[in-house]
Design a protein around this ligand. Structure first.
Ligand code: IPM
Ligand code: MG
Length: 370
């Protein structure tokens, strides 16, 4: 039976705690655990301080050759380059650029047991996916902007036809596999841009429309990124799949995560044609690191999406089943009074959540069999 090589990068801050929680959950499913070779490798700001390299070559080569990479979080805010930008996040950004992980898939789902910060929203009312372009846009300028004589600074926003086509196609394909928006059941892809202001975004929208013609069964919808921040508060149930440029995706996904609980609830899957990188979208939260209080649900759900992706790619049903099992066990854990960390209004610990999810795994499997 196939064995999967997974590189684990715990990283900085709460990275180690949340990543360990995700690993503990996977390892509690014997059938799946035995299918993996996990290899811990260093990267991030702590590693930079130690060895001078934020993303050592050995780690990069192993990530490139691996079946998937599981990551906690990286970044120490005070550790910056001379230009003021942060060092630790270089790891994730380089991973995206060098392995061409163009699709950043960020599900936003209000789950049982979670009280939305939006009034009167129940589980099931919010269920959409942000498809964030992950290699172009404004962030493609990372490390390549210009500072001139301490008087002028420029970062350019890049869009390519190839890049827009493939991210839009990912979004339409995803919409086809889903059941539509909660409020009206319609399959819909919303293009989130600022086509009214910049040519690059107008081009994004044009190519979105061209790709959309191949998907007559999916409704096309449009929102300017600024207005989108209102819509996601006022009518989140209208959204099914949202496709957007890199920086806009970064911004709206934080806003969206808070509407379904907190930043800790933000799983993500960063996918290319060959490689997959799985981490929660929150950062390294240094102020709460080492206290065993960080919310690990985002990491646990990212690990589940790793299993799902690998299962699909390798037609390995064990992994797909395990992903669904973890998803249900997470719902069960959240639904119990002990299943909420501080950010969600409870006082559970990081490791306590992992244990609770693990306790709920057997019932989650039975549910699948029923
Ligand atoms: C995210 C994060 C990253 C980003 C940082 C850590 C570089 O905020 O994945 O959303 O800005 O993309
Ligand atoms: Mg972000």
């Amino acid at each position: 039976m196939k064995k999967y090589d997974v590189v684990v990068v715990h990283g900085d801050g709460i990275g180690r705690e949340v990543c360990q929680a995700a690993l503990d959950v996977i390892q509690a499913i014997p059938d799946v655990s035995s299918a993996f070779n996990f290899r811990d490798l260093p990267a991030g700001a702590g590693e930079y301080l130690k060895s001078g390299s934020v993303f050592p070559d050995e780690t990069f080569e192993a990530c490139k050759a691996s079946d998937a990479v599981l990551h906690g979080a990286t970044g120490i805010p005070e550790v910056t380059y001379a230009d003021g930008t942060e060092v630790g996040i270089e790891f994730g950004l380089q991973m995206r650029f060098r392995l061409d992980l163009y699709a950043n898939i960020r599900p936003i789902k209000l789950r049982p047991g979670i009280t939305s910060r939006l009034r009167d929203r129940k589980p099931g009312d919010i269920d959409y996916v942000i498809v964030r372009e992950n290699t172009e846009g404004l962030y493609a300028a990372r490390g390549n902007g210009v500072i001139l004589r301490d008087e002028l600074a420029v970062d350019t926003l890049t869009m390519t036809r190839k890049g827009i086509e493939r991210i839009c196609r990912s979004a339409f394909e995803l919409a086809r596999s889903r059941n539509g928006a909660p409020s009206d059941g319609k399959r819909r892809v919303t293009c989130c841009d600022k086509a009214n202001v910049l040519r690059s975004y107008a081009f994004f929208r044009k190519v979105f429309n061209e790709v959309g013609e191949e998907y007559p069964d999916i409704e096309k919808d449009y929102a300017y990124a600024d207005a989108m921040t209102c819509h996601l508060i006022e009518r989140p149930g209208f959204y099914d799949v949202i496709v957007t440029e890199n920086m806009f995706g970064d911004i709206i996904s934080d806003l969206a995560a808070v509407t379904v609980g907190s930043m800790g609830m933000s799983p993500s899957a960063e996918l290319g044609e060959r490689n997959g990188f799985f981490q929660a979208a929150h950062g390294s939260a240094p102020t709460i690191a080492g206290q065993n209080i960080a919310n690990p649900y985002g990491s646990i759900l990212s690990a589940a999406s790793m299993l799902e992706w690998l299962g699909q790619r390798h037609r390995d049903e064990r992994l797909g089943r395990a992903a669904a099992q973890i998803d249900r066990a997470v719902n069960a854990a959240m639904g119990s009074p002990k299943g909420l960390t501080r950010d969600l209004g409870g006082n559970a610990s990081t490791s306590g959540i992992a244990e609770l999810v693990i306790q709920n795994l057997p019932a989650a499997l039975d549910e699948a069999a029923a």
